[in-house]
Design a protein. Structure first.
Length: 304
């Protein structure tokens, strides 16, 4: 498949919701999150120090932040006039994630100065499962009260009248400045996200690590487990699962399957493709674009 050419896809039913995680919240669950309240028309009262960020669909908010929460315990979200950014290393220091959501892609964005919002993903994770795909989500920041809010509306937004507002404290996080890796990769493959998730998931059932092998004419995902168990999945470079295939020479590297799956599973819900870059014993770089932004995920190699 030539670069830029997209294969035909079955049209998704816009009325379908992700039912496997959609459950009715109990009073006990609601008490787990600080400051939960429900209300009618009006939503959050805006003050001079209150900033609004409205996401067009709850789906992107839910799955991007779920992917982040699967890796991180806490992090600083930097919001300025250009948009939303995050750059954080996971606690084990083997993965790095870089998030970028331009303000121009959001339905409402009133931020005019830099805000640094320290968030606990343990708390945010409890809210994400309550967000449905077609709902609207507002991220509100009240610097005067040192709090931020996640407000869930119906698909009509504030005009719909009903909302659920979750208030959370802004925490102080002393993060070390992480420079973005400046790496040149001889492998650049953009492929169908669902296919990539399937082969990595299958390999993870054999071993806790997977080996990526890229040649000029083929791409393989290999796993070798105990008792002689092994799995190799290989695609020709001309296969229709690839939108772009650029490989110079032959290259391979091994990575932790669990961390990789923790991130790409939720991202598969909003990203149709993934760009894969790696080299011999160098960090894996995955780039995933979605409707309102992009995220880069780096994973350190396992060196034998």
């Amino acid at each position: 498949m030539s670069e830029g050419e997209e294969p035909e896809r079955e049209e998704e039913n816009p009325e379908e919701e992700e039912s496997e995680e959609e459950t009715e919240e109990t009073a006990e669950e609601r008490e787990e999150v600080e400051g939960t309240e429900e209300g009618g028309a009006g939503g959050v009262v805006e003050t001079e120090e209150y900033y609004r960020i409205m996401f067009p669909k709850g789906k992107e908010f839910r799955y991007v932040f779920t992917a982040l929460a699967n890796l991180l315990q806490e992090s600083n979200l930097v919001i300025d006039s250009e948009g939303i950014k995050m750059k954080s290393i996971d606690p084990s220091k083997v993965s790095l994630v870089i998030l970028n959501i331009p303000g121009s892609s959001l339905e409402e964005f009133t931020v005019t100065k830099e805000l640094r919002i320290g968030i606990s993903f343990d708390l945010v994770k409890k809210i994400l499962k309550r967000v449905k795909a077609r709902e609207k989500v507002e991220l509100g920041v009240d610097m005067g009260k040192n709090r931020f809010f996640i407000v869930i509306y119906t698909k009509k937004g504030r005009e719909g009248g009903f909302y659920r507002k979750f208030g959370l404290p802004i925490i102080n996080i002393a993060e070390e400045e992480v420079p973005e890796p400046k790496l040149e990769y001889p492998v650049r493959i953009r492929m169908d996200m669902g296919t990539f998730l399937d082969v990595v998931s299958a390999a993870s059932e054999i071993s806790d690590s997977i080996k990526l092998v890229a040649k000029e004419d083929s791409f393989s995902v290999i796993a070798e487990g105990e008792g002689g168990k092994a799995l190799e999945t290989t695609y020709a470079s001309s296969d229709e699962v690839f939108y772009e295939y650029s490989v110079q020479g032959s290259h391979d590297a091994t990575y932790a399957a669990e961390l990789l799956l923790d991130f790409i599973r939720p991202m598969k819900q909003i990203s149709e493709t993934v760009t894969i870059e790696f080299d011999n014993n160098k960090p894996l770089k995955l780039t995933m674009e979605f409707a309102i932004g992009s995220v880069q995920f780096y994973l350190a190699p396992r060196v034998s």
